[in-house]
Design a protein around this ligand. Structure first.
Ligand SMILES: [Ca+2]
Length: 247
């Protein structure tokens, strides 16, 4: 009887490390895009299906998002635009997340991908940056930007210290350190499926059904995650995006 109960508990999504299963069984699919169309131009809304490219109008002569064969091929004009490509879509949940099929095409060195959640209506936070997973060729970082480096009061303290050519106060340095977690991670040029979810004050990143990292910080609990965002400094291909609301 006890063994049967244990087996049952282990089989339940509650005890699964697979956040795709958690989203699919506990959540509601609030947005899906498989990119089976052509973009209509290089402007703010030309990806279609509700996406906005916040950096498109800085460089209208350059196509930064090319819908090709069912894939959104992002190539950031970072230098020309003075900013990494920022492509976002409405989300709107407290707990939930995304399932994204993606690939680094191997067209540039140091291909990476930053994705996460933004709420531009947030007061006291630079550009509403809430939280992110940041994939680089060697590292995965989970970051609470909202109560960390994008918090305006903390940014002022850092700027003041920099202007005075002083070291950061030890307590501020310790606080900022707690706001992110980095683990070794190696990118390649294969297709993968990632999950990025928030549940309460926890942010979790999974790849191909395996939990890679999780981090707890108060900013992750902010309600709502108003936008889902991609920040791309180089090149990445996105095949499919699903956004789920659990709560
Ligand atoms: Ca597709």
């Amino acid at each position: 009887m006890r063994i049967a109960l244990l087996a049952c508990l282990l089989a339940s999504p509650l005890f699964s490390a697979d956040d795709a299963a958690w989203l699919q069984t506990k959540g509601t699919l609030i947005f899906h895009d498989a990119f089976e169309r052509e973009e209509t131009g290089t402007g703010l809304k030309d990806i279609g299906n509700g996406w906005e490219s916040a950096t498109a109008d800085r460089v209208p002569q350059i196509k930064q998002a090319d819908l090709d064969g069912g894939i959104m091929k992002i190539a950031s004009a970072t230098k020309e635009a003075g900013h990494a490509a920022h492509i976002h879509h409405d989300a709107g949940f407290a707990d939930g997340g995304v399932i994204v099929r993606f690939r680094f095409p191997g067209l540039n060195k140091a291909e990476g991908l930053q994705l996460g959640y933004v709420d531009r209506s947030l007061q006291g936070v630079h550009a509403g940056h809430m939280c992110y997973a940041i994939l680089s060729p060697t590292t995965l970082t989970l970051k609470d930007s909202m109560t960390g480096e994008m918090n305006l009061a903390l940014r002022k303290q850092r700027a003041d210290a920099a202007a005075a050519k002083q070291k950061l106060p030890a307590d501020l340095e310790a606080l900022l350190k707690k706001k992110s977690l980095s683990v070794p991670f190696k990118t390649d040029t294969e297709w993968h499926v990632l999950t990025l979810v928030t549940e309460g004050d926890e942010l979790r990143f999974g790849l191909d059904g395996k939990l890679i990292a999780k981090h707890r910080s108060e900013g992750y609990a902010h309600d709502p995650k108003r936008w889902f965002s991609f920040l791309v400094g180089s090149t990445v291909w996105i095949d499919d995006v699903k956004i789920y609301k659990v709560k």
